[in-house]
Design a protein around this ligand. Structure first.
Ligand code: PLP
Length: 678
């Protein structure tokens, strides 16, 4: 029995009476009684209290290092420690676990193991679970009531190596002809189901480096994630994720940003994500941004799987990366149901939004108001009509400012909860009309009292919309590594046609996540947005929370500009993070034609801008560049047909005829667009 930090089994386990430990035993028993009395008084607050007794359960495969990590971790945190195998099961059964297993067989063993565990009531203890306990739901529900479950997600080769050096006769499911890899694969589903916090280990991680990672993950969890407004000078008002998902804009007019340090993974940890499909990567990235208390990984996982592992996106990679020409790659973000990159996030955002609004006490219905310059409207209607059952959508679009295909997409959308309204005016007019509705407190209470609606927004000022945009930038990097275009850790550039600065901000956050990335943005004339909302988030982050974002952006509102001193640290940072460029509409179309003639690849006009600017800046000459392809070319069929001087007879002036004609230009797979009838 390890005497370290005064731990003794009898203290934790009243069923075991050993004279030596009698005294501690009684003490512990009292603590247990107190806990169970609270339990009957008020289940919720007791759960909180017990949770705050801060037990940590380490979970993972046999050979993941749970039992070894317990000791350094408990010491570091000043907590007790316990190993279920050695300190609980063996003393209870009074025989080695392997013997019990051989005696009763796998199935009965799992039941007996759980029975014993249910009597175990640790307090402030780091506990190493056995590898098989997660296969029993009752056992895991018990652990969950008593603390947080931390999953040591260890590199499989490391486990296999360790196991070959260990005695494996105490592994459930193991017999002469069992293949250890199969056992581990089978087991993984149970670990994936039960954890609160995942710790991604690196190849060749040592006991102390794993303990360090767990320590960090746990202390981060305790600090809790939280969001503050870019304009809150004291950073005092902290909101949770579900809250900001429905609020959209902060009440003080600022944008919500994460209060605490952004998640970070090193190259070896990223390497472990390289072979995973999109949904699994999305889960591993997003769960680091969203507190498990707020949106538990099991919920997040179901949303992410439904969104990215079904047939919602027409490419199996969801957002495939293709090689355009030497050292220039395209990240195709248009394989979703409405053919623009907006689907990438919104299909998930709608699910989160729906969940968040149902968790609220005053269950008002939501009315999402959207101003669109073409693509957002369709993507919002598509996503919310399908994934949210308590939300209505109204879209305002500039009647003469969008392509005929986009217009057809909006006006033919047939769903009782969605309406698109053409406005005689430009995008900025639509945007300010909506803004004035949001700012009108009388209207707000009218909607709430008379119709039971809360007004909301779903554009990229909403952090729940921005977050999924981090994933595809990171994923594109992983695909580049997977296809051996670059080694892990190699610098790349990212070139994004930008309007509201949302897509590029996703790349910026991904840069924090995959260290050392350099980014470039380009202007996009097709998106006529003068004031890029998300710039405020970037300035806030780049200014390291030291400069007053509130002052700058108030100045912008008053004087239509603000200035940053070119000698300031902020200015230097901006210059390191971004390069900018622009081109005219004609130049973009010329680029499209030129690229098509040379490579056979047909781009949309936004992607054309990015490609044009990438060439102006010689991107791809030193480090590879990934250009974001933000829409499918057929959404802009008129422009494309014009570019190639293809006659549009009157018979082809209907949107879907135009589209059909444009699609004949390229042998691009035509089934990718699953649009609604037009
Ligand atoms: C919305 C959009 C953009 C601009 O994206 P932001 O996140 O607003 O910068 C670029 N290209 C296309 C095709 C779009 O629909």
């Amino acid at each position: 029995m390890a005497p370290c930090t005064g731990f003794s089994i009898a203290r934790f386990f009243p069923a075991i009476t050993r004279k030596l430990y009698k005294h501690q035993h009684r003490q512990f028993y009292q603590r247990c009684r107190i806990a169970s009395m609270h339990m009957s008084e008020n289940l919720d607050s007791t759960l909180e209290k017990i949770k705050s007794s801060n037990n940590i359960f380490l979970m993972g495969c046999p050979g993941a290092g749970k039992s070894s990590v317990v000791k350094p971790l408990a010491q570091r945190l000043g907590m007790e420690m316990a190993d279920i195998d050695d300190d609980v099961l063996e003393p209870y059964w009074n025989m080695p676990v392997s013997k019990k297993l051989a005696e009763v067989g796998d199935k009965t063993f799992l039941e007996l193991e759980a029975q014993v565990f249910l009597e175990f009531k640790p307090v402030t203890t780091v506990v190493a679970l056995t590898g098989s306990q997660p296969m029993n739901n009752d056992a895991m529900a018990h652990a969950k009531r008593l603390g947080v479950i931390i999953y040591l997600d260890v590199y499989e080769n490391d486990i296999l190596n360790r196991l070959s050096a260990m005695k494996v006769n105490r592994i459930v499911g193991f017999n002469e002809d069992a293949n250890m890899e199969d056992i581990l694969h089978y087991r993984r589903q149970f670990y994936e189901k039960h954890y609160d916090i995942r710790v991604i280990c690196e190849p060749n991680d040592t006991v102390s480096s794993i303990a360090e990672k767990v320590y960090k993950a746990y202390t981060n969890f305790q600090a809790k994630s939280g969001y503050i407004s870019t304009r809150d000078k004291s950073f005092s008002k902290i909101s949770n994720f579900l809250n900001i998902a429905i609020q959209g804009l902060a009440p003080d007019g600022g944008l919500f940003v994460a209060k605490y340090a952004h998640p970070y993974m090193n190259h070896s940890q990223w390497q472990r994500l390289v072979d995973l499909p999109y949904n699994e990567c999305a889960l591993r990235i997003l769960e680091q941004w969203v507190s498990t208390d707020d949106l538990h990984q099991t919920k997040l996982r179901s949303f992410v799987d439904e969104t990215y592992a079904g047939d919602e996106f027409a490419s199996k990679d969801v957002s495939p990366v293709i090689e355009l020409e030497r050292n220039q790659y395209l990240l195709e973000l248009f394989h979703g149901p409405t053919g623009s990159f907006k689907d990438m996030a919104l299909q998930l955002t709608a699910k989160i939004f729906n969940y968040a609004s149902k968790m609220e006490r005053n269950a008002l219905k939501s009315l999402v108001l959207v101003a669109t310059s073409g693509d957002t409207g369709g993507a919002v209607m598509n996503a919310f009509s399908r994934h949210s059952d308590n939300t209505d959508v109204i879209v305002l679009f500039p009647e003469d400012g969008i392509s005929s295909i986009q217009k057809a997409q909006l006006t033919s959308f047939d769903h009782p909860n969605c309406k698109a309204l053409g406005i005689k005016g430009d995008f900025d007019f639509c945007q300010s009309a909506i803004k004035s509705i949001f700012e009108n407190k009388e209207l707000e209470s009218l909607y709430a009292d008379k119709f039971g609606y809360r007004l909301s927004s779903a554009n990229s000022i909403n952090f729940a919309r921005l977050l999924p945009q981090i994933v595809y930038h990171a994923f594109s990097y992983l695909l580049m590594v997977k296809h051996r275009h670059i080694p892990m850790g190699q610098l790349i550039d990212v070139c994004v046609p930008t309007g509201n600065f949302g897509n590029i901000l996703g790349a910026y956050y991904a840069k924090y996540n995959i260290s050392n990335r350099v980014l470039h943005k380009t202007a996009s004339p097709a998106i006529d947005i003068l004031k890029s909302s998300n710039l405020e988030r970037y300035i806030f982050e780049a200014g390291k929370k030291r400069i007053s974002t509130a002052n700058l952006f108030n100045e912008l509102e008053k004087h239509k500009k603000f200035e940053i001193d070119c000698k300031s640290e902020l200015f230097q940072t901006i210059q390191q993070d971004f390069l900018t460029g622009w081109c005219s509409s004609d130049e973009s179309l010329h680029t499209i034609k030129d690229v098509f003639r040379r490579t056979g690849y047909l781009m949309d006009p936004h992607t054309g801008v990015a490609k044009n600017v990438a060439d102006q800046l010689s991107l791809g000459s030193e480090v590879p560049v990934v250009i974001a392809a933000t829409a499918h070319f057929s959404k802009f069929s008129e422009a494309i047909l014009d570019t190639f001087d293809i006659q549009k007879s009157s018979a082809t002036s209907k949107p879907h005829d135009l589209m059909a004609k444009a699609l004949t230009l390229s042998d691009f797979p035509k089934n990718i667009i699953v649009w609604h009838k037009m």
